[in-house]
Design a protein around this ligand. Structure first.
Ligand SMILES: [Zn+2]
Length: 343
């Protein structure tokens, strides 16, 4: 075989192998490399369809969380998590559930499209899936309200629309996918204490179980956002008193209750980064608005996961421990670099 032909064949082989990423190969990539690959895909599809990358990132991120939270959806093979069932992709009455021919898929009313131009519409191909989603969004228009309508048509659920729209605003603001960082909700230089009380019985307001961790501290100790996210709720509730709910990019709702007050400028819709002060430790709650002092001041911290159908509480204690440990390590590193005599 001629040398040039061999090069051509080698190039073709590389080209063909590009979209197929095995799970093992993906496991070897750092999270930065995965974000880079994902961003390349979003930007590529944005160029073709004009659908902003942060809309695509928002839907994909939401669906990644659903795959993690649900047993009826397998983990994605590639970099994109958007999920289509066989019926949705190929068409309900398509006798071939694994159809990849764009024309017959279209004939049977399936949504699957060929995004990478290889002539096939594959349900497990990142570019095909992302292009199919972008094409759907494009059909409603490009401004935020259009996007919300497209999301309603896709999910038929207010909460899903709110979460995905929120994700898009977070991505737009920070202009990166690398938003994994977390923070412990209290600064380490204040006195605080907590232990695992998740699932304990609570008496006030009928029989309930304790859906969170109580972190005891003095009045007005700053309370900080633990993740990147968007303030979903702020105000009074009879159990939690002055409370804030923040939705992060894992679709997790972080609930901060019994605050003495809120940080200035924090409103519903505010976008926060881990470590941002959102309010102050207090003892509000267990009554009508303004009630306080019925128990010692503490932060009640809860975490709730959304799976696209419902939302449930899970134990935040392991996460708190992990973020606290990380904060101590970071402080240690920082102190190592500074001169002892000057402190
Ligand atoms: Zn509590």
């Amino acid at each position: 075989m001629k040398f040039q032909n061999m090069i051509v064949l080698a190039l073709i082989a590389v080209f063909i192998s590009l979209p197929c990423v095995s799970a093992a190969e993906k496991d070897e990539l750092t999270s930065e490399q995965i974000y880079e690959k994902r961003m390349d895909l979003y930007k590529k599809v944005e160029t073709i369809t004009n659908v902003p990358w942060h809309y695509l990132a928002a839907v994909d991120t939401y669906e990644r969380g659903l795959r993690r939270a649900r047993k009826d959806r397998s983990k994605e093979d590639g970099f994109i998590s958007i999920y289509y069932s066989e019926e949705e992709w190929a068409g309900t009455f398509n006798p071939n559930k694994e159809d990849t021919h764009p024309l017959s898929i279209q004939m049977f009313g399936g949504v699957g499209l060929d995004g990478d131009g290889d002539g096939l519409a594959e349900r497990t191909n990142d570019e095909d899936v992302l292009f199919t989603m972008a094409h759907f969004i494009e059909g409603y228009g490009f401004d935020e309200e259009d996007f919300r309508i497209a999301l309603w048509e896709k999910y038929k659920r207010d909460q899903s629309v709110r979460i995905v729209h929120g994700h898009s605003l977070v991505y737009e603001k920070f202009d990166t996918l690398d938003l994994d960082e977390h923070a412990f909700p209290m600064p380490l230089n204040y006195n605080y204490s907590y232990k695992n009380t998740w699932g304990d019985r609570r008496g006030w307001g009928g029989r309930r179980i304790h859906e969170g961790t109580d972190i005891f501290a003095g009045y007005n100790v700053p309370i900080r956002a633990t993740a990147y996210g968007r303030v979903e709720i702020k105000g009074w509730n009879k159990y939690g008193g002055w409370r804030i709910g923040i939705r992060d990019l894992d679709n997790i709702y972080h609930y901060y209750a019994h605050l003495s007050g809120f940080e200035k400028g924090i409103e519903e819709g505010s976008i926060v980064a881990p470590g941002d002060v959102i309010g102050y430790c207090g003892s509000s709650g267990y009554g009508k608005p303004g009630t306080q002092g019925k128990f010692p001041p503490h932060l009640h911290y809860g975490m709730y996961r959304d799976n696209g159908i419902t939302e449930w509480s899970f134990d935040p204690y392991p996460s708190l421990k992990q973020w606290e440990r990380k904060a101590y390590q970071d402080r240690k590193k920082k102190n190592k670099g500074s001169c002892k005599y000057l402190r």
